[in-house]
Design a protein around this ligand. Structure first.
Ligand code: GLC
Ligand code: CA
Length: 547
């Protein structure tokens, strides 16, 4: 089976690797224990050294920080915690000098309840901005208008005593949902897009992209026949329903087509990209967000690798299903970790995290690399008094707490890992093993996770077969191995991954002479006989096969 042929003509967002920065946790420049824009600017050399192509910043807008920036109170400014617009402009200019693109988080589904739009909207039923949010009357018994639930617990409706109606919030009650069916909202939010694209931003990561258009009749969601089977992750009562009506109404596609037209206008000067956060694991459904004519999102984000059981059969099945679902010409992408999910090194273990890194950086499609995963950062234990995450506070103990994967970046072995001055407390605790697990130590260790990540990025960048080539899975490998070929013109690379801690013996089809280019153990290279390829526990290899 061979999927979409390699493409010669590609954009930066297809060839490139995206590095996600959680700004609060990357580098503190002014000694308040919270990362900021000057901190990121100071580390741009690191991104160039590492070999990534773009940085995506989680939100840096003014915000009451109920959800650490995903509750925006002004879409066209920077929160003083992070800096100001001048610092942002400097960041974009310097990133571009470093040959790095900048992707901004764009949060269209909801604002903060402190946003002037919402303050106006809730001030009276007759305010011109009333319809900018989703307001509805109670049912006759006074209860919420329907059974929709917030992701972080309880009804998605909050009663407003002053105006005697409920407003909708898909997440926290301090994050009311905008009404994208209102044309003025759409225009105002498209103006926000223009504002950042005019400032030179190269792309948008669209938060909660599937949620912005709901059922206009506000119908009740049906019950989930098997709440134990969750599409995504444990979210308490939220998983007791099938979310048919509270997101993803078909009218959403017209909005994304229009947004794409806006992006396309800007792309004539330099290509811009939209990545949509999309928790859809039914791949044909997910693929619809590319648009029937590839005229919607450039890439709906693919979180399959985040929730797939970590075994070779399941991972291959996922990749094959994604490839099969892609409309012709659509470009795939893979996410292995982010600010909402447990660290990959915790999920699958430090040894397999190296195999995961090789997988992420050799699959066909744009990889997103979460800060710190390149040094194997793991979930950090958060003592109860240090919990920050609103989802953990609302739903304690059921698992979605997100502080553990948001701990500060570990730069070196100085106090607070070089993230902030020793005299201040970082906003979240630093991993206790930072004296060993840090960028400086791993730069000096040629077998480290960081050395592996950097070598893989370098190989990907210089190998068209990996950057843009086709993907063909190879049958007949041992059950614990995932083997595939990437090909561009005559260039072929075989990737053989052992997803177990047992040794494996592979008899691969004769492909002529072959040479190991890199092993995840970083200790072997050179000729190899594919008729009897031996993989050690937790080992993956990239192998050059004859042209
Ligand atoms: C997305 C973000 C998450 C945020 C939520 C609400 O899922 O990734 O961090 O809490 O949207 O904006
Ligand atoms: Ca700071």
């Amino acid at each position: 089976m061979r999927y979409n042929a390699g493409q010669a003509q590609t954009y930066w967002w297809q060839q490139g690797v995206i590095y996600q920065i959680y700004p609060r946790s990357f580098k503190d420049s002014n000694g308040d224990g919270i990362g900021d824009l000057p901190g990121i600017i100071a580390k741009l050399d690191y991104h160039t050294w590492l070999g990534v192509d773009a940085i995506w910043l989680s939100p840096v807008y003014p915000s009451p920080m109920v959800d650490f920036g995903y509750d925006v109170s002004n879409y066209t400014d920077i929160d003083p915690i992070f800096g100001d617009l001048a610092a942002f402009d400097t960041l974009v200019a310097q990133a571009h000098q470093h040959d790095l693109k900048v992707i901004m988080d764009y949060v269209p589904n909801h604002t903060s309840d402190r946003h002037p739009w919402f303050i106006a909207s809730r001030s009276s039923r007759h305010n011109p901005k009333r319809d900018w949010y989703i307001w509805a009357d109670p049912r006759p018994d006074g209860s919420p208008p329907n059974n929709w639930l917030a992701s972080w617990g309880g009804s998605a409706w909050e009663w407003d005593a002053a105006t005697q109606q409920y407003y909708l919030h898909s997440y926290h009650k301090a994050m009311p949902d905008l009404n994208w069916r209102n044309q003025d909202v759409k225009e105002a939010m498209f103006d926000v897009v223009r504002f950042w694209l005019d400032r030179g931003v190269d792309g948008l990561r669209i938060d909660s992209a599937q949620r912005i258009i709901k059922d206009p009749q506000l119908r009740d969601n049906p019950p989930n026949p098997d709440p134990n089977v969750t599409a995504y992750k444990p979210l308490g009562d939220y998983n007791s329903q099938l979310h048919l009506y509270d997101k993803g109404h078909p009218d959403i596609h017209a909005v994304y087509r229009e947004l794409r037209q806006l992006l396309d206008i800007y792309s004539t000067s330099s290509p811009r990209v939209t990545l949509g956060e999309m928790h859809i694991y039914d791949w044909p459904q997910w693929a619809r967000y590319y648009g029937a004519q590839l005229d919607e999102l450039h890439m709906p984000l693919n979180f399959g690798l985040v929730s797939v059981p970590w075994n070779a059969g399941a991972v291959r099945h996922l990749v094959d299903s994604v490839e099969a679902a892609l409309p012709p010409g659509a470009w795939p992408n893979y996410v292995l970790g982010n600010h909402d999910e447990p660290r990959v090194a915790t999920r699958i273990g430090q040894e397999q995290a190296r195999v995961g890194m090789m997988l992420l950086l050799t699959l066909r499609g744009t990889p997103t690399l979460y800060y710190g995963d390149e040094i194997g950062m793991h979930n950090v234990d958060i003592p109860p008094q240090s919990i920050q995450d609103p989802s953990e506070k609302n739903l304690p103990g059921i698992g979605p707490g997100r502080d553990p994967e948001r701990a500060p970046m570990q730069w070196d072995d100085s106090p607070h890992a070089g993230f902030c001055p020793s005299a201040v407390e970082p906003w979240l605790p630093i991993a206790p093993d930072y004296t060993q697990v840090n960028v400086a130590a791993q730069r000096a260790d040629r077998h480290s996770m960081l050395s592996l990540a950097r070598a893989l990025l370098q190989i990907r960048r210089t190998t068209p077969a990996l950057a843009v080539g086709s993907y063909t899975p190879i049958d007949g490998a041992p059950a614990d191995c995932f083997v595939y070929v990437r090909r561009f013109e005559n260039q072929r690379r075989l990737i053989a991954l052992n997803l177990s801690d047992d040794e494996q013996q592979l008899q691969l089809p004769a492909m002529g002479s072959a040479r190991i280019l890199i092993s995840t153990h970083l200790d072997r290279e050179g000729p190899v006989d594919l008729a009897s390829l031996h993989l050690r526990s937790d080992e993956g290899c990239i192998i050059e096969v004859a042209e």
